[in-house]
Design a protein around this ligand. Sequence first.
Ligand code: TXA
Ligand code: MG
Length: 319
Amino acid sequence: MISTLLLKPRDIAQAIALLKAGEIVAIPTETVYGLAADATDSAAIQKIFSAKNRPSDHPLIVHIDALDKISDWFEAVPPRAQQLMERFWPGPLTIVLPKRNTVNDLITGGAPTVALRMPQHPIMREIIRQLGHAIVAPSANAHQKISPTHPTHVLKTLNGKIAAIIDDGICAVGIESTIIDLSKPVPTILRPGPITAAMIATVLGVTVICPVTHDEKVSGNMQHHYQPEKPLFLLPIEAIANLAVTEKNIAIIHYSMIKQYDHITYYQMSAIKAEYAKNLYRVLHAVDNTSATKILLEIPPLQSEWSDIHDRLRKAAQK
Ligand code: TXA
Ligand code: MG
């Protein structure tokens, strides 16, 4: 156990000093909090895997602050990648392409590709800039737990295992970046996210596929991932309304109007996708802190814009 320092945004010099000393630090990004290590420091990268209890063959995303760093990582930048970077970087889009042979296998889990993202959050960007190296950062949570969108969520599973955390409150986007694999003939979404398949297809002018399951080693692709501590059931609002009459000690997460009983805890979500995404993990973490024994969650709207929410909830729900 080490004692995890709680830092403020004004303390970034301290965070950078810790990273330079080979420590790992939770840093806010626009999507979720990331657990950062200097991408050139193998010992620090190892600390990420042990703190998270993450299998070593699960590759990490490399975060850069400027386009001139891309050539350190990708073997080449095809026109499609160029177009997506111009349109969506900095922002919640991670691009997978063949790696340069100098890229550390610890980062890629031995894969021939590497995942790269230029985040938008000013704190993350400033830290990468001042550190002078790229940062590898998975979500700052124990393996298979819900991603953190607030420092209290990070502390829940990583307190005492990481050197520090920078508290910048709630993350603006609230759901992990879209991961697109451009190493294949057809652009393939490995993890749906805030940048949708339709947005990408519009920029590229080609079909983009988004398989529901694939064999890539994306941890979000595993059966049990993003799991809250309590069993979660995805149901239509009518079924939830019926269960609410008899069930005790449950929590209901919904966006439609529903009759409310005193013995149930309700979480009213927005029907606007960006608002819903911003609050989903916060609400799931909040329910975990209550005495509710199960979570009934109203199936979100079915439009394709919501596919990242459906992806995460499918993995969080009871099978
Ligand atoms: O929004 C995000 O992407 C956040 C913030 C902190 O940037 N990061 C994040 O990292 O969600 P993580 O490690 O929790 O999820 C990254 C996913 C993993 O499932 C990993 O397997 C996949 O990216 N990944 C990394 N490199 C890959 C590669 N070369 N090929 C395929 N998938 C890869
Ligand atoms: Mg993660």
